[in-house]
Design a protein around this ligand. Structure first.
Ligand code: SF4
Length: 500
């Protein structure tokens, strides 16, 4: 981060509604900003605002869990829009939404095709007669004749998903048409045109002859002909996809594709895969070579997921808040109300902060990344310090207990870093630590109350306490014994004896 550039940027920042950047550190102005948001919200959506206002005024007393979740989600959407206007970054927020939409086709094809029709149906490639190479050469014809305009060399995974999706959509419409003999279903014109276009192109290509061998319908029987062709192509795709998962060479190409990522079963007694290397002392174990990571400065945490991998995790989440089952946040309980333990005897308490995890996933799934962060920060304003760094109690208590849990820290980290990467990302994050209307118990920092507190030790507990105390109006001084590594002279202004 370039400190000078940040200061210049903040000086140039033009906020809406007559606010200055320095106002964002003034409790009276923060209150005015909260009132500005309430007015904005009321104008945008009077009904949703009325619910929010009731929740705010009662501080949530008497509201049941799902009602709170719904209010938070709808208010987070409006808060995101408000902050986009306020900081002049609405275009960038739209860009984040578009990134989520871009991945949608993969998520749909993964769920509707790979999970239900490839992995569930076949489980292994053993039942398929044709080899991968045979199937692949047939699919290559379809790619060439119908989908040559897709960016195969740039993003083969997405192109594969788009190709399959086109046929899935047609299948849905044609199936309804064929099944709906007695009901009135009109095939959408676009589907009819597309199916005809596909049929004509394939029919006139000598390379695609294999699709029409032993074909049960004549070309004049238009609808049945098209439906049969769509089914045939989808069956070919099913075989091709499952073969690819098991073919020695081809499976390497799809190793990192989310389309092929299926959650593994959990073996609680082999969570960290070790290789035993000392038979004399079996307790002396080592990790597998491929999982070895050497410590390099502070880069101790996992590699970050990209947008596609994160969205795959979001899609895997079943938004349990809708059924009051979000155990990642609230914990898992026995019938008698006791906290459940996993087979290792670890209590499944869920997030120690009761963070709104399911709601965050829901908002991220809609493309409301900033809204998702605001929802997280109601309970965990210091989220940059948690996530990958401190605990994974949320994952341990995820509703998926027999297979891999949702990778919540990866999603949360992505939500945070996407916001920090916005033009005024840091300023927005920083503002949300002092001003967050979703946090109805303390929506903005109170003015200085004349009392000062010394916080000794600035680990997660110390810095979180400091943040809470500051928002309650205390003056806070924090001290810590951390060894500070070399900080750039642009920040410290300090030059060493060599003048560097
Ligand atoms: S992370 Fe797991 S427990 Fe939490 S909402 Fe998603 S599926 Fe449910």
């Amino acid at each position: 981060m370039n400190h000078k550039t940040d200061l210049q940027r903040e000086n140039n920042l033009e906020l809406k509604y007559g606010f200055q950047f320095t106002d964002l550190f003034n409790s009276q102005k923060l209150k005015e900003l909260a009132d500005t948001f309430y007015n904005y919200y009321e104008k945008e959506s009077p009904a949703e605002y009325a619910e929010f206002a009731k929740y705010r005024d009662t501080k949530g007393a008497g509201f049941e869990e799902t009602a709170v979740s719904n209010i938070l989600i709808s208010s987070a959407r409006h808060l995101e829009k408000f902050l986009g206007d306020f900081f002049g970054i609405s275009g960038e927020l739209d860009g984040l939404k578009k990134e989520v939409d871009y991945e949608r086709v993969l998520l749909n094809v993964k769920k509707d095709f790979f999970q239900k029709r490839v992995f569930k149906k076949f489980r292994s490639a053993g039942t398929i007669q044709a080899s991968y190479d045979e199937l692949n050469s047939k699919v290559s014809v379809i790619k060439k004749v119908l989908f040559s305009s897709l960016k195969w060399s740039e993003d083969e995974e997405r192109s594969t998903a788009v190709m399959i999706d086109e046929f899935l959509e047609l299948e849905k419409d044609y199936k309804t048409l064929i099944d709906a003999v007695k009901t009135e279903f009109n095939l959408p014109e676009s589907s009819g045109n597309k199916a005809n276009e596909f049929k004509n192109k394939l029919f006139s290509s000598p390379e695609a002859k294999f699709l029409f061998e032993k074909f049960p319908f004549s070309e004049s029987d238009k609808d049945n002909f098209n439906y049969e062709l769509i089914k045939k192509v989808l069956e070919l795709f099913e075989h091709w996809c499952i073969r690819r998962a098991f073919d020695k060479k081809a499976k390497i190409e799809v190793k990192h594709w989310i389309l092929y990522k299926i959650p593994l079963d959990l073996n609680y007694f082999d969570l960290v895969h070790n290789k035993e290397i000392d038979v004399e002392i079996p307790q002396r174990m080592f990790g597998k070579d491929e999982s070895l990571r050497r410590r390099d400065g502070f880069k101790l945490t996992d590699e970050r997921y990209n947008e596609r991998e994160v969205m795959s995790e979001v899609e895997y989440c079943v938004f349990c808040h809708e059924r009051k089952k979000d155990s990642c946040s609230k914990g898992l309980f026995e019938k008698d109300g006791k906290v459940k333990k996993n087979p290792l005897g670890i209590k499944l308490n869920g997030c120690p902060l009761d963070e709104k995890i399911s709601e965050m996933h829901y908002l991220k799934n809609e493309g409301h990344t900033l809204g998702a962060l605001a929802a997280v920060m109601v309970d965990n304003p210091m989220c940059p310090g948690t996530g990958h760094r401190i605990c994974n109690d949320c994952m341990k208590a995820c509703i998926y207990q027999k297979q891999e849990p949702v990778n919540i820290p990866q999603i949360e980290t992505k939500v945070l870093t996407e916001v920090l990467n916005l033009t005024y990302g840091f300023e927005i994050y920083s503002l949300l630590t002092r001003w967050n209307p979703l946090n109805v118990k303390r929506p903005y920092a109170l003015p200085y109350n004349g009392k000062n507190v010394l916080v000794v030790g600035l680990g997660p507990a110390g810095y979180t306490l400091s943040q809470y105390l500051l928002n309650e109006g205390f003056g806070v001084v924090g001290v810590d014994g951390l060894k500070i590594e070399h900080v750039h002279k642009d920040i410290t202004g300090y030059k060493d004896e060599k003048g560097k």
